[in-house]
Ligand binder design. Structure first.
Ligand SMILES: Cc1ncc(COP(=O)(O)O)c(C=O)c1O
Length: 416
């Protein structure tokens, strides 16, 4: 008799897990009504821009993450562009970023006429490999862009030491890491800037949006100017100092982002309690290993998605794709992070870079030949990801997930 749901048996998980994302309540309703009735639908309506919803969000989120200054903007991609412009990126400069990320980490670099150098990740943590970073440094390297992939912090001790040794800037892509900390210090506060996305799926969202954080007052002023058509704080409105776009966040987004930022600390605590419960169970099941979580280093885990490691050899050679299929039938959607290393996207293999202005004699690498075997393997065969909203439901949801994994493992022969 078939037991697995994929073969017609009963599902191990027969109710929705986690919570519907995003959540909202009276705070969001009242804030949106307040924006409407104020007739100040952009922050420029306020004589003190810090009193706007956008300003309140910037202060609240910067404080939670442990940064001095925040500049909210349109989205996470443009947050990276903003940060790169503010640190003074020049055409043809190289910025080292990981293969395992969303493509915007690298395309934002191209959009400011610089060149992404894509390197492999560590097999243990799935984060950018500091040795690969060091090996990729050359005469045109200007900076490093670690991405705290899934919200798990990169090794900031090593990356900051490498940056300092070679005189490079660090811009942390924190699109997945709202709340994450390395050794008690917020992700996004190590380098010159941390950049965040507030797009709908993220664990802090206002539908679309972004923010850059920094501790440097001068850099904050530059970011402000680059997001505000070249205006400078405290200067006349029609006085423009640099060529820059309009990347301003609206008050609608600011109101939602502020309210959601007030929910984030408690949500992150709940997520971490769920991770711990899930991990205690995963450790008991051969073939589904948590990423080692040294709590003296990774002191807080924000999370866009949670990764665990699928070991096919412990499942009698079952491919991950078949495990994911069987788990889906049991009632749990499992992802893999992203489809493939970013350099395998057609835009890189076909060199569709758009109207870039690289100085004469300077060209991007042949991305088709950039080898990142660890990222290839993890994205294709090993990494299993669970979305963050799964971890906000009742703690018993973790037990159901574990039951479903055990069931698939115990009946793996049915899948072969
Ligand atoms: C790692 C990473 N960087 C940057 C971005 C871009 O953010 P946005 O979609 O808000 O432009 C994303 C979006 O998912 C991302 O995952």
């Amino acid at each position: 008799m078939s037991q697995l749901a994929i073969n017609g048996g009963p599902k191990a998980i027969d109710r929705p897990l986690g919570v519907t994302w995003p959540g909202f309540g009276d705070a969001e309703r009242q804030a949106l009504t307040a924006v409407l009735e104020s007739r100040k639908w952009w922050r420029g309506g306020y004589s003190d821009p810090n009193e706007s919803w956008v300003g309140r969000f910037e202060s609240a989120f910067a404080e939670y993450q442990g940064a001095q200054f925040g500049v909210a903007c349109t989205n996470g991609t443009q947050a990276i562009e903003l940060a790169l412009k503010a640190v003074g990126i020049k055409p043809g400069d190289e910025v080292i970023c990981p293969a395992s990320t969303f493509v915007a980490s690298a395309t934002a670099v191209i959009l400011v006429n610089a060149i992404p150098i894509i390197v492999d990740i560590e097999p243990e943590t799935y984060q950018i490999d500091p040795d690969a970073v060091e090996a990729a440094i050359g005469p045109r390297t200007a900076g490093i862009m670690p991405v705290h992939y899934g919200g798990f912090p990169c090794n900031m001790d090593r990356l900051m030491a490498i940056a300092e040794k070679h005189g490079l800037f660090v811009i942390e892509d924190c699109a997945h890491a709202h709340g994450s900390q390395w050794r008690g210090k917020g992700c996004g506060t190590f380098g010159a800037f941390g950049t965040f996305s507030l797009q709908m799926g993220k664990n802090l969202t206002c539908g679309e949006g972004g923010i850059v954080l920094t501790d440097d007052e001068d850099l904050a002023a530059k970011a402000f100017s680059y997001h505000h058509i070249g205006r400078m704080p405290g200067r006349p409105f029609y006085e423009h100092h640099i060529v820059a776009s309009n990347l301003r966040m609206t008050e609608w987004q600011g109101a939602i982002a502020y309210c959601q930022s007030q929910r984030l600390p408690e949500q992150n605590e709940r997520r971490m309690a769920s991770f711990r419960r899930l991990e205690a169970g995963l450790r008991e099941i051969p073939g589904v290993d948590p990423i080692p979580w040294d709590e003296s280093l990774v002191t807080r885990r924000g999370c866009y998605f949670y990764h665990f490691r699928f070991k096919s050899e412990e499942f009698e050679g079952l491919p991950r794709s078949r495990f994911v299929e069987a788990m889906g039938a049991e009632g749990l959607g499992i992802g893999s992070g992203h489809l493939h290393p970013i350099q395998r996207n057609p835009l890189f293999t076909n060199r569709n870079f758009g109207p870039v202005c690289w100085p004469a004699g300077i060209d991007a690498p042949d991305y088709a030949s950039v080898e990142t075997p660890v990222a290839d393997r993890i994205l294709a065969e090993e990494g299993c990801s669970l979305g963050h909203s799964l971890f906000l439901g009742p703690p018993e949801d973790m037990d159901l997930i574990l039951d479903a994994i055990r069931k698939v493992r115990d009946n793996v022969r049915e899948l072969r």
